[in-house]
Design a protein around this ligand. Sequence first.
Ligand SMILES: NC(=O)c1ccc[n+]([C@@H]2O[C@H](COP(=O)([O-])OP(=O)(O)OC[C@H]3O[C@@H](n4cnc5c(N)ncnc54)[C@H](O)[C@@H]3O)[C@@H](O)[C@H]2O)c1
Length: 250
Amino acid sequence: MFKLKNKVAIITGSRRGIGKGIAEKLAQAGAKVVISDINQKDCEKTAKKIAEKYKVKTLGFKCDVSDKEEVQKLIKETVKKFNKLDILVNNAGIFFQKPVEKQNEEDWDKLIDINLKGVFLCSKTALKELKKTKGNIINIASIAGLIGYPQASSYCAAKGGIITMTKEMALEFAEHNINVNAIAPGAIDTPMTSFIKKNKKQYKQTLAAIPLHRMGKPKEIGNAALYLASKESDYVTGHTLVVDGGWISQ
Ligand SMILES: NC(=O)c1ccc[n+]([C@@H]2O[C@H](COP(=O)([O-])OP(=O)(O)OC[C@H]3O[C@@H](n4cnc5c(N)ncnc54)[C@H](O)[C@@H]3O)[C@@H](O)[C@H]2O)c1
């Protein structure tokens, strides 16, 4: 079950955190993975570790997802090295909290450029290759795209945008047999959320909001991505899979 042998996957923002967790799960299932992020050295380091651990071919390649030329280079280099592309995981993202009144235009533009435009640019650019393989796209959204998260207006807007864009792209790409799905994680233990654990009160409040009473692990998002990347989910498209320990089910 969930075999990805001979598949080629790009995971954006995968030098660490959820992206790395996804890359590991896909590699464990046999996929060749491209580790892509903003720092070339970190990409190479993570790619090397995954290659050694799971005995698969990997590539570490720097790409800022908000930069059209860098995205084009990422797809080009992937196909040059592995001859094709089967799976695109749009995972790269940033997070900050600022009330609307204190958030300036630059803050807003930066977050939307990376978290939302990045998904559009990567999907658009990868499309030609994904058409050839009848591949699939997995977008990492957030429960903050389904409910409000305090002082995170641009983040909520971007993640909500990803969820509706996922539905739209699923419709548009269905004729090419390209499935497009999203994952909406709850609170996952990564460098992005380290601020929660550092603040005792906030950590306690977060755990209290989660019925399973713990933060998730990157590999648990990896498991969801593995399902959506596999043949077993061939009839699932346009869906957002919530992986949040029950947070928004209350
Ligand atoms: N951790 C959580 O609780 C949580 C919850 C819901 C959704 N998410 C989403 O999951 C994804 C991964 O988050 P994470 O928790 O692993 O955070 P993280 O900060 O550990 O990882 C995000 C990665 O994206 C990279 N990145 C930032 N800007 C980039 C750019 N312009 N181009 C390419 N890469 C870029 C960072 O360098 C980093 O390696 C994000 O989209 C985030 O919004 C996280």
